[in-house]
Design a protein around this ligand. Structure first.
Ligand code: MN
Length: 261
């Protein structure tokens, strides 16, 4: 083996963590299948590349969540799904490396009982909005109404000081991120990416896709002139309407990753 090659165990964004000694409960198999599909859709829709991750709250244990072992989302299959507690301890990793930033998920599930699924990505179009103060990411069209009229930015320097690698490496940083997210659906992470929370997997995927679309459109509109954004009231109405149509997008995106479209 070449000395400069990286095995999974020494990849910089994963960690070897021993499983916690706790009773595990098998989640519904359809939940695992949907989580695998979500991983593949997010890659297909250019939300994640080799990095980024999606989780879902355990259907039988609200104090647990499901997340793939450390790997590229496009390659995730059912046996790769690992059960975690909210402290980010794996229960079923069996010695396989886990995502370093799993604390994003555990701490948001802990803080937000209404959240059932979370996507963390480094999707490119959102990055500029995390690093400038002159423009704030906000809903520019009805499909991304869930964003609302402002988006909080998590400044890791406020919590980790200068010289951090920008990653959410522990529970304290995860809790600080969850606090910045507050009751909203989206939090930008300065110089890093974005985290999206939703009631369920389908909505989390939908939001992760459309927050990136919104960022692209907003960048274009800002270049044209003063932007006429959705108001709070329009955003609430459009988000409610979209929430009834999530299945239309999910079904189509799922068919694409299954090679049926
Ligand atoms: Mn990240």
């Amino acid at each position: 083996m070449c000395a400069s090659s990286h095995s999974e165990s020494d990849a910089p964004v994963s960690a070897m963590v021993a499983d916690a000694a706790a009773t595990t409960t098998a989640p519904d198999s359809t939940l695992i299948a949907d989580l695998v599909t979500a991983n593949r859709i997010l890659f297909d829709q250019n939300v994640v590349d080799a990095f980024g991750h999606v989780s879902v709250r355990h259907d039988k244990r609200p104090d647990r969540f499901l997340l793939a072992r450390s790997m590229a989302p496009a390659l995730v299959t059912a046996p790769d799904i690992v059960e975690f507690d909210l402290d980010g301890n794996p229960l079923t990793a069996g010695g396989r490396p886990v995502y370093l930033e799993r604390f994003i998920h555990g701490e948001i599930y802990r803080a937000r009982g209404d959240v059932g699924a979370i996507v963390h990505s480094h999707s490119h179009a959102v990055i500029p909005f995390g690093v400038v103060s002159a423009h704030h990411l906000r809903a520019i069209f009805h499909m991304s109404a869930f964003i609302g009229t402002e988006t909080p930015i998590f400044e890791i320097r406020d919590h980790a000081g200068d010289g951090s690698d920008l990653l959410i490496r522990n529970g304290a940083l995860g809790a600080a991120l969850a606090q910045r997210l507050g009751a909203r659906a989206v939090v930008l992470m300065r110089g890093h990416g974005v985290t999206v929370a939703a009631p369920d997997l389908r909505q989390a995927v939908f939001r992760a896709v459309y927050v990136d679309v919104n960022a692209k459109l907003q960048l274009q509109a800002i270049g044209l002139g003063t932007v006429n954004y959705l108001t709070d009231a329009e955003g609430r109405a459009a988000a409610a309407a979209n929430a009834t149509q999530i299945g239309r997008a999910w079904d189509m995106w799922k068919m694409r990753v299954e090679g049926k479209l």
